[in-house]
Design a protein around this ligand. Structure first.
Ligand code: ZN
Length: 290
């Protein structure tokens, strides 16, 4: 009797552990699918760089100097990489376009003014492109009140139009006003006690506000959604898909493999380009999955 109970207890523990692992595995594939396709025949390795502020201040985790960016772009260029737009990546996933050999995607978060004054001229010099994900409230409030300071300003709507007019920049959504760590909510993630319906309606309201503003000011509608602080909730996906976003960017580090399946575009991994690295060190990490 004792032995029987012991065995069944062991079986139950094993079954529970197996279920937990299976749930984690399935959730990971659901939230971050692009890493799961490495063995597919049509899989294209896509490293993605995440910049933030590009200015003359002392380099930090989220601040790089223009010289560091130039060194990165020089490295990419001399090693045969071609910067690709989110549209090119989406077209490949949808089976309507191709990707060049050794593609790389460059992204910059938060909508810093120096992305126009410092990053764009470098992209022009090295014939590259980037996705810049803006926070609507930063543009509406901070940028309008104190514009065009390299070290701290955010992009105004005129700046954003200048970026898109360059033909090198796609504007992504980084939420209208959910880029915060100060309240209970981390970025736009779901609170544990919130119902899925309540959360989805809050998220939809915020994202719609920025989509409407971008479309009113630029005539374009972002197709890239960038999770603030990389905080991803599975309940966000139905809203994001339904609103027409074709790609989501996270802050999780890892390789992406793009295949002819648009599902692989949700949960793209990126490497934060900290100003505390040398180019060679950073590129070694970025290209590890090649
Ligand atoms: Zn951000």
């Amino acid at each position: 009797m004792y032995k029987c109970c012991y065995i069944s207890k062991k079986i139950v523990i094993t079954a529970v552990a197996f279920t937990v692992l299976a749930v984690i595995f399935i959730s990971e594939r659901f939230l971050f699918p692009s890493s799961a396709y490495s063995e597919e025949e049509d899989a294209v390795f896509l490293p993605v760089i995440m910049y933030h502020s590009v200015c003359g201040k002392a380099p930090q985790e989220y601040i790089v100097t223009p010289q560091q960016v130039e060194s990165d772009l020089q490295w990419l260029s001399s090693h045969g990489y071609t910067a690709v737009s989110a549209k090119q990546v989406c077209d490949y996933a949808n089976g309507t376009g191709s990707l060049p050999p050794k593609p790389v995607m460059i992204t910059a978060d938060d909508g810093h003014y120096n992305n126009l004054s410092q990053l764009l001229p470098l992209l022009e010099k090295y014939d590259m492109c980037a996705v810049i994900s803006i926070v609507g409230s930063y543009t509406d409030v901070y940028a309008e009140n104190d514009p065009h300071q390299d070290n701290y300003s955010y992009l105004t709507w005129d700046d954003i139009n200048a970026l898109t007019a360059s033909g090198r920049i796609e504007i992504g959504s980084h939420t209208y006003d959910m880029h915060s760590l100060s309240g209970e909510r981390k970025g736009c993630s779901k609170l544990s006690y919130e119902t899925a319906e309540d959360y989805q309606s809050i998220l939809r309201e915020d994202l719609s506000k920025l989509q409407n503003e971008v479309s009113r000011h630029t005539g374009q509608s972002p197709v890239v959604f960038t999770y603030p602080f990389g905080a991803v909730s599975r309940e966000s996906l139905p809203v994001i898909r339904d609103m027409g976003f074709a790609m989501t960017l996270t802050c999780r580090e890892g390789p992406n493999y793009i295949v002819h399946d648009p599902q692989c575009l949700y949960g793209i991994f990126r490497y934060n380009r900290s100003g505390l690295y040398f180019t060679e060190e950073f590129m070694r990490k970025l290209m590890a999955g090649e």
